[in-house]
Design a protein around this ligand. Structure first.
Ligand SMILES: *[C@@H]1O[C@H](CO)[C@@H](O)[C@H](O)[C@H]1NC(C)=O
Ligand SMILES: *[C@@H]1O[C@H](CO)[C@@H](O)[C@H](O)[C@H]1NC(C)=O
Ligand SMILES: *[C@@H]1O[C@H](CO)[C@@H](O)[C@H](O)[C@H]1NC(C)=O
Ligand SMILES: *[C@@H]1O[C@H](CO)[C@@H](O)[C@H](O)[C@H]1NC(C)=O
Ligand SMILES: *[C@@H]1O[C@H](CO)[C@@H](O)[C@H](O)[C@H]1NC(C)=O
Ligand SMILES: *[C@@H]1O[C@H](CO)[C@@H](O)[C@H](O)[C@H]1NC(C)=O
Ligand SMILES: *[C@@H]1O[C@H](CO)[C@@H](O)[C@H](O)[C@H]1NC(C)=O
Ligand SMILES: *[C@@H]1O[C@H](CO)[C@@H](O)[C@H](O)[C@H]1NC(C)=O
Ligand SMILES: *[C@@H]1O[C@H](CO)[C@@H](O)[C@H](O)[C@H]1NC(C)=O
Ligand SMILES: *[C@@H]1O[C@H](CO)[C@@H](O)[C@H](O)[C@H]1NC(C)=O
Length: 355
């Protein structure tokens, strides 16, 4: 049984093997002849799926990737007409785009914030053709939507060498005949800050024994370096002055006012008007600073524009202290007061003007 069966099987296999080759290809041809339409449909469907994936999945993905890779550089930022809850902004930025694609972005509403914090305002970024270096100019009145966030932003701008400005929004991107795709525009522009106004100095001053009508009895010039690209209108700014490295009320010696202060990038040379307690100055010179060199601590106090206090500048200005040393002995000598003769005894050092 089994032996017979085996012989039968072998024969059967040989028979099959003999016909398989030609008949398979023939069958295949026949199959294609019969079902060509099915294969065409499958081919078209596959092509469609690939093309649609490219257009609707890969293209938005590539677009988002290119947006994420693009850079944002703030070239200039001019803040003017400040009110307690708004300001006018003219901001010129450059969008850098390495990609071979130069898409068009629609205008969009973007939030401004500091280093990933809560936004302090929203601006309208104009439409842009994203070439390798595309310049955009925002020129609009901006409402401060979160005062605490804006205070924080100003404190950071004042105190730091660099700050990160986040610009976030969502916009439509158009590239050739691809369908419009929406992209997240999340960019961080690193900008130079005011670095604690390092280099702040009083370059000259004169003391007046008879005060002006508003009490001003010291006039001078301050130099404020602004290493940033920002122009800031801060209105009438006042500082509280103290004798020594202190903010002890007992050593409060008066206020300094910078009228219509607008800090521009670079060196700012600004006239200052001060009201000082001259009797305190004389007492301190006689008691503690016989050489006439008076160390002064200067702390921001108020920023008033058109009669309104700008809390966001006040909080920032009052967060840093400037230290200067004034040659008060020499200034007094110029108006005929010899502080050495007042009883100090210490000889007046000759030239070094001031710091
Ligand atoms: C911008 O977006 C913010 C938050 O979504 C919204 O409050 C504000 O009204 C928008 N501004 C404009 C001009 O659409
Ligand atoms: C600026 O001054 C603040 C407060 O005095 C200080 O914390 C900060 O480190 C200073 N910033 C720089 C860049 O020196
Ligand atoms: C952009 O920021 C928004 C809001 O913070 C966030 O929802 C979105 O996921 C971010 N998109 C990208 C691509 O980082
Ligand atoms: C002022 O005093 C503080 C500490 O009390 C010190 O760290 C700082 O260096 C002093 N500044 C000057 C200019 O003397
Ligand atoms: C300050 O600015 C106001 C208007 O912003 C102007 O009327 C005024 O004359 C200016 N004062 C000085 C001293 O420049
Ligand atoms: C700014 O002024 C200071 C002092 O007058 C000077 O040493 C410095 O070189 C000036 N800087 C610029 C950029 O003009
Ligand atoms: C000036 O300082 C003296 C202390 O030396 C003080 O008694 C006097 O009240 C101060 N004057 C003013 C106007 O603050
Ligand atoms: C300004 O100075 C006054 C006292 O001279 C003080 O009461 C006030 O708190 C100061 N404001 C700021 C923002 O430092
Ligand atoms: C600054 O004060 C002066 C004199 O009080 C005033 O004429 C001017 O309008 C003030 N400036 C601003 C910007 O408010
Ligand atoms: C100032 O007074 C001292 C001590 O009385 C005296 O030695 C010095 O010559 C005086 N200087 C001037 C310029 O009068």
């Amino acid at each position: 049984m089994s032996w017979q069966g085996k012989a039968e099987d072998t024969g059967h296999i040989e028979e099959l093997g003999a016909v398989q080759g030609p008949s398979f290809s023939a069958k295949l041809k026949a199959h294609f002849r019969r079902f060509w339409w099915l294969h065409l449909i499958i081919f078209i469907a596959c092509t469609l799926i690939i093309v649609l994936c490219l257009i609707y999945v890969a293209f938005p993905h590539i677009s988002q990737h290119d947006i994420d890779k693009s850079t944002l550089t703030v070239q200039s930022l001019i803040l003017s007409n400040p009110t307690p809850d708004s300001f006018h902004l003219v901001q010129t930025s450059v969008i850098g785009n390495d990609s071979p694609y130069h898409p068009d972005l629609d205008a969009f509403n973007a939030s401004l914030s500091l280093d990933g914090r809560v936004p302090y305002a929203y601006i309208e970024i104009p439409a842009v053709h994203a070439t390798a270096q595309a310049t955009t100019v925002v020129d609009q009145d901006v409402t401060i939507t979160d005062l605490d966030a804006f205070i924080e932003y100003n404190i950071n701008v004042l105190q730091n060498e660099e700050v990160n400005l986040d610009v976030k929004g969502r916009t439509a991107l158009h590239e050739m005949s691809f369908p419009t795709t929406n992209v997240d525009y999340n960019k961080t522009a690193t900008m130079k800050g005011l670095n604690n106004l390092t280099g702040f100095s009083i370059t000259d001053f004169t003391i007046q024994l008879i005060p002006e009508a508003d009490g001003t009895n010291m006039l001078g010039t301050v130099n404020i370096p602004n290493p940033s690209v920002m122009t800031l209108s801060m209105g009438n700014v006042t500082f509280n002055n103290y004798i020594g490295n202190t903010t002890d009320p007992a050593l409060y010696v008066g206020t300094t006012t910078l009228t219509n202060l607008t800090l521009v990038p670079g060196n700012n040379t600004i006239p200052m008007r001060s009201t000082v307690n001259q009797s305190l100055v004389l007492t301190q010179i006689v008691e503690s600073y016989q050489n006439g060199m008076l160390p002064i601590s200067i702390v921001g106090n108020s920023s008033v524009f058109d009669g309104q206090h700008l809390v966001y500048f006040e909080k920032a200005l009052s967060s840093v202290t400037q230290h200067v040393t004034l040659d008060v002995g020499k200034a007094l000598m110029e108006i005929g007061v010899n502080t050495s003769a007042l009883g100090g005894g210490g000889a007046l050092p000759p030239p070094p003007l001031l710091l």
